[in-house]
Every structure is written in structure tokens, then in C-alpha cells.
Ligand binder design. Structure first.
Ligand code: COA
Length: 129
């Protein structure tokens, strides 16, 4: 079950990621038997969506949870494009985004403590189910 997380303290138990609170930001969680096993932090700026972070706890990886969190956003907004930045070495995340139709459209030099990041984008029409 996917639902919005209003109290971001719940996330602190899962990951060190710090949610930035602003009016554009939302966090949704993936629950199995009422237990939070993953979350997606994203921003909606009119017709543009930015994925800020996605996380699934180790034991629950490779079960399409991340895929379904992103799919939830895609199904619930009328967006033009979704963008994100990802560490060039993060193979699992890059594969996830490519599977969903994201393309690498730029490089952010030394974005992650000296390591480059890819800027990736999917346009609404190119999203793969
Ligand atoms: C990246 C992450 C969120 C993926 O979560 P997940 O729920 O395991 O992903 P899914 O099961 O939905 O995977 C969907 C697709 O992504 C790709 N993928 C996911 N994990 C992968 C891995 N370890 N190796 C290669 N490809 C992988 C595959 O194409 C997969 O499809 P398949 O299982 O049919 O082959 C998870 O590994 C994670 O939390 N990593 C740590 C946090 C992180 O790096 N977040 C990204 C920040 S930008």
C-alpha cells in the first residue's frame, strides 16, 4: 500500500536521508502490513516533477517497490516531465530509471562529493509501464 507520509520522523528509522520541507515537497511511503519499507521524496512544481530521493530497505529490494512508488506519482499527476540527479556509480538506481524510460540528458560535474551525477529525464509520453 502506498500513502503519503506526513510525519517525516518515520523516515529517520529507515535511512539517513534528510527530507527538506517546502511547499512543493511530498513524501510517499510503501507499506507492507503497516510497516514502512520504502519511500519516495519528490517535488511538484506545476507541470514539472523532480525526484529528490528514493529508498527501499535492503530486505525488500528487487520486488518492484521503487518502480511502483514512481508509477504512483506518474499515475497521479498531469506532468510534462520528471527529472532527477543520480550518482554515476549508482547502477541499481540508473537501471531502475532507464527501465521506466528515463534518459541521461546531462552530467553534473562533481555533484556527489567529487563524483559526477547524471541528470536524467522522462517526458510524459515516453514513460514506460
Ligand atoms: C535504487 C533502489 C531504490 C531500487 O529499489 P528496488 O525496489 O529494489 O527497485 P525495483 O525492484 O523497483 O527495481 C526495478 C528495476 O530497477 C533495476 N534494478 C533495481 N535494483 C537493481 C540492482 N541491484 N542491480 C541492477 N538493476 C537493478 C532493474 O532494472 C529492476 O527491474 P527488474 O527487477 O525487473 O530487473 C534501491 O536499490 C535503494 O534503495 N538503493 C539505495 C538508495 C538509492 O541509491 N537511491 C537512489 C538515489 S538517486
Amino acid at each position: 500500500m502506498i500513502k503519503e507520509i506526513k510525519d517525516i520522523n518515520y523516515i529517520k528509522n529507515l535511512s539517513n536521508y534528510k527530507v527538506t520541507l517546502n511547499p512543493f515537497n511530498k513524501v510517499i511511503g510503501y507499506y507492507i502490513n503497516d510497516i514502512l519499507v520504502g519511500f519516495l521524496d519528490y517535488s511538484v512544481m506545476y507541470e514539472k516533477i523532480e525526484i529528490n530521493y528514493i529508498f527501499v530497505i535492503n530486505e525488500y529490494r528487487r520486488k518492484s517497490i521503487a518502480y511502483n512508488l514512481i508509477k504512483y506519482v506518474v499515475d497521479n499527476y498531469d506532468f510534462e516531465n520528471i527529472t532527477l540527479e543520480v550518482n554515476v556509480n549508482n547502477v541499481s538506481a540508473i537501471n531502475l530509471y532507464k527501465k521506466l524510460g528515463f534518459k541521461i540528458i546531462g552530467i553534473r560535474k562533481k555533484y556527489y562529493d567529487g563524483i559526477d551525477g547524471y541528470l536524467m529525464e522522462v517526458k510524459n509520453d515516453n514513460f514506460s509501464n
